[in-house]
Design a protein around this ligand. Structure first.
Ligand code: NI
Length: 155
């Protein structure tokens, strides 16, 4: 396993639509392991999408403090409510913006063996799920931020 270099804004990879994962094999497991190691290596991230480590594939890891979640081919099934708050991205270091997201989401994904499961996320988890799934379609939080924060407003 290795910590991967995080791809920064400006790289075309972050603007690409990532391909579905079809093979749930050791190579995928290695990618997921390295994504988790890279996420934890940042010390402050709550999620990471595969294109952020240079792989245009539909894989996401998230840990909002409740343990590691691995999502392959995640799809948002439903959204409810709204939350507005500050958001950042490991690919846009030092930048934060105000983003409105659903307060609750229901997501279908596959685990590392290909088994389908459902995740229900509220609050921070809902925000993280939306943010990371956006990455898989080439979208960054800055695209939908109502405004970016000035450095002295940052949390
Ligand atoms: Ni991000």
């Amino acid at each position: 396993m290795a910590v991967r270099k995080i791809v920064l804004e400006g790289d075309e990879l972050l603007r690409s639509r990532c391909g579905e994962i079809a093979r749930f094999d050791k190579e995928l497991w290695n990618l997921l392991d390295e994504m988790a190691e890279t996420l934890y290596g940042t010390g402050n991230g709550v999620g990471l999408a595969a294109p952020q480590v240079g792989e245009c594939r539909r894989a996401v890891v998230i840990d909002v403090g409740e343990g590691l979640m691995e999502l392959c081919n995640p799809v948002i099934l439903s959204k409810r409510g709204k939350q507005t708050g500050s958001e950042g991205c490991l690919s846009c270091p030092g930048e934060y913006g105000i983003v409105t997201r659903p307060r609750k989401v229901r997501v279908r994904a596959q685990d590392r063996h290909g088994a389908f499961y459902i995740v229900k996320g509220e609050d921070l988890l809902a925000r993280a799920l939306c943010h990371e799934i956006d990455h898989l379609d080439g979208h960054l939080f800055k695209d939908i931020a109502e405004r970016m924060l000035d450095p002295d407003e940052e949390e």
